[in-house]
Design a protein around this ligand. Structure first.
Ligand SMILES: [Zn+2]
Length: 137
């Protein structure tokens, strides 16, 4: 991918803990992935407005019971880059693990800095049918 892609409509999904933090601070804060420290802090975004599964956007919750698709933010940030622009700089085995098991990495985007309030908005209309899709799995 030598040519920079134009940036589509992007979304950031988070759980109720993430939502509470964002409401309190008014910013979206990137995090260092413990297995991909070399990439620096990443804020994960997707161009999927309504992901069918958590796996598709890499938001599985292996360590918590959080629904990381519970809240949706619309993001407008010219600093967003496609995941494929930087995934080659992370350890191959970590990337392979991350992108496999139902993942759709072609829909993953990242921002490598904090987003301020003017760059995103909370979408109050987003509701996920948790009862149907997750509880009875
Ligand atoms: Zn949580």
């Amino acid at each position: 991918m030598s040519q920079k892609q134009s940036i589509p409509d992007l979304y950031h999904f988070t759980c109720h803990h993430g939502h509470a933090g964002i409401s309190r601070t008014g910013v979206l804060i990137p995090n260092i992935h413990p297995l991909m420290r070399g990439l620096g802090p990443l804020l994960w975004l997707t161009d999927l407005a309504s992901p069918e599964t958590r796996e598709s956007v890499g938001l599985t919750s292996r360590l918590t019971t959080c629904d990381r698709l519970a809240y949706r933010y619309s993001v407008h940030c010219r600093a967003a880059i496609h995941w494929f622009e930087i995934h080659g700089r992370a350890p191959k085995d970590v990337v392979a693990d991350l992108e496999s098991s139902g993942g759709q990495p072609e829909h993953w985007w990242v921002v490598r800095r904090m987003l301020t309030a003017s760059e995103f908005s909370f979408d109050e209309k987003w509701r996920r049918d948790v009862a149907a899709s997750e509880l009875y799995k």
